[in-house]
Design a protein around this ligand. Structure first.
Ligand code: DSN
Length: 428
């Protein structure tokens, strides 16, 4: 914190050297992993606060420990702000992650062995939507829908027919690698028709919903979960929301159902982030994220790669790099060497293997937080194409690494403000 020495550096140089190196990596590179972002200095300070010292099992006003009057205040602020952000009747801000939030909803809404209909991981879904090694896939019977082969959009004919055939108790909408807006209303209609409950996992795009750019699932879904650290730009964590009638059951499923003591320091960070997301500036930020993604996608598409579904409506795109004669593994590695961080990703109906798939996933939330806009997106797209077209050309890699560092230098990451404060104070 400003005005205080760096105790990690002072007391544990071994740990600090890794933290400092990561800080440099974040500043010097271009973070294009679609699920990552940079929190504000205020969120980081809240997460680094004394609240990490407090046990608070239970909920505000009903705790199993004394001394909870101040953490109660923090959790109430987080809950009230989250309700205001999405218009939810009931919210739970304690899930340690999006996965924990989903586990709690499963515990609330269904019984072991029940059938659930969810998006296929290989088409853009998530581990906790029934992957066979995940507890969701172990405890429940998942049936998966996918996208259409012709346009790579969600296949609603298949979704309706699987729902009618399998009569799931729960339908899950939401994705980790789907570049288009998800029509929650259509899922709600299908769920109603077959008597299923609806969970919308909006982990990736909750920031776009908070800003009013994507459709809000809260009015039509029984349960809505999210992470807090992606487009929502808060600390690493999860949230779950539901109608008032399910409030008690959901709270019981989070604690004591799936978790013990809440991470009160992270809940403080969530409260700060929700406060930030309620401000008009956040709407501008989220719109810039989407505009930047569109610009980046258009430039890449005109340069010889294929985009899954032809483009994007949100913060991410799936890029099939095989037209350039390479796979996703090499693409990720060579971009990483230039300081552009992304992840290899399966594309729908991929004929290649998960560890070396056909695609990469690129996102704009983190670059947008740094203040980059259309001009920078065009530049970054040109660099990505230049490198992917010459992945073994050391000269191209070295030049691009230099270009990336120069651009990154012009757009400081928010954490730089904390460091600047520390050094200024130390030198006085
Ligand atoms: N692992 C996250 C992602 O990168 O999309 C989802 O939880």
């Amino acid at each position: 914190m400003n005005g205080t020495p760096n105790f990690v550096e002072q007391d544990d140089p071994e740990v600090w050297s890794a933290v400092a190196a990561e800080q440099t990596r974040q500043q010097d590179g271009l973070e294009m992993i679609a699920s990552e972002n940079f929190t504000s200095p205020a969120v980081m300070q809240a997460v680094g606060s004394v609240l990490t010292n407090k046990y608070a099992e239970g909920y505000p006003g009903h705790r199993y420990y004394g001394g909870c009057e101040f953490v109660d205040k923090v959790e109430d602020l987080a809950r009230d702000r989250l309700k205001a952000l999405f218009g939810a009747e009931h919210v739970n801000v304690q899930p340690h992650s999006g996965s924990q939030a989903n586990s709690a909803v499963y515990l609330t809404a269904i019984q072991p062995g029940d059938t659930v209909l969810a998006f296929d991981l290989a088409h853009g879904g998530h581990l906790t939507h029934g992957m066979k090694l995940n507890s969701s896939g172990i405890f429940y019977r998942f049936v998966h829908y996918g996208v259409r082969r012709d346009n790579q959009l969600l296949d609603f004919d298949q979704i309706v027919s699987l729902a009618r055939e399998h009569k799931p108790k729960l339908i899950v909408a939401g994705a980790s690698a789907y570049p288009r807006e998800i029509p929650h209303g259509r899922f709600a209609e299908i769920a109603r028709e077959v008597g299923a409950k609806l969970l919308v996992d909006m982990a990736h795009y909750s920031g776009l919903v908070a800003a009013g750019i994507h459709d809000n699932p809260v009015p039509v879904a029984d349960f809505v979960t999210s992470t807090t650290h992606k487009t929502l730009r808060g600390p690493r964590g999860g949230i779950a929301m539901c109608r008032a009638e399910n409030a008690k059951a959901l709270d019981r499923s989070v604690f004591p159902g799936t978790q013990g003591g809440p991470l009160m320091h992270v809940i403080a960070g969530k409260a700060v982030a929700f406060g930030e997301a309620l401000k008009p500036e956040f709407k501008r930020y989220a719109q810039d994220v989407v505009d930047n993604a569109r610009t980046l996608a258009a430039c890449l598409a005109s340069g010889g790669v294929n985009l899954v579904s032809g483009g994007t409506d949100n913060h991410l795109m799936l890029v099939d790099v095989t037209p350039l004669g390479i796979g996703g593994k090499l693409a990720e590695e060579v971009l990483d060497r230039c300081g552009i961080t992304c992840n290899k990703n399966m594309i729908p109906f991929d004929s290649r293997k998960p560890m070396d798939p056909s695609g990469i996933r690129l996102g704009t939330p983190a670059l947008t937080t740094r203040g980059m806009g259309a001009a920078e997106m065009k530049q970054v797209a040109a660099w990505i194409l230049r490198v992917l077209k010459a992945p073994s050309d050391e000269q191209v890699i070295a030049t691009t690494k230099g270009d990336v560092a120069e651009l990154a230098d012009q757009f400081p990451v928010p954490a730089a403000k904390l460091e600047a404060g520390r050094f200024e104070t130390a030198s006085r």
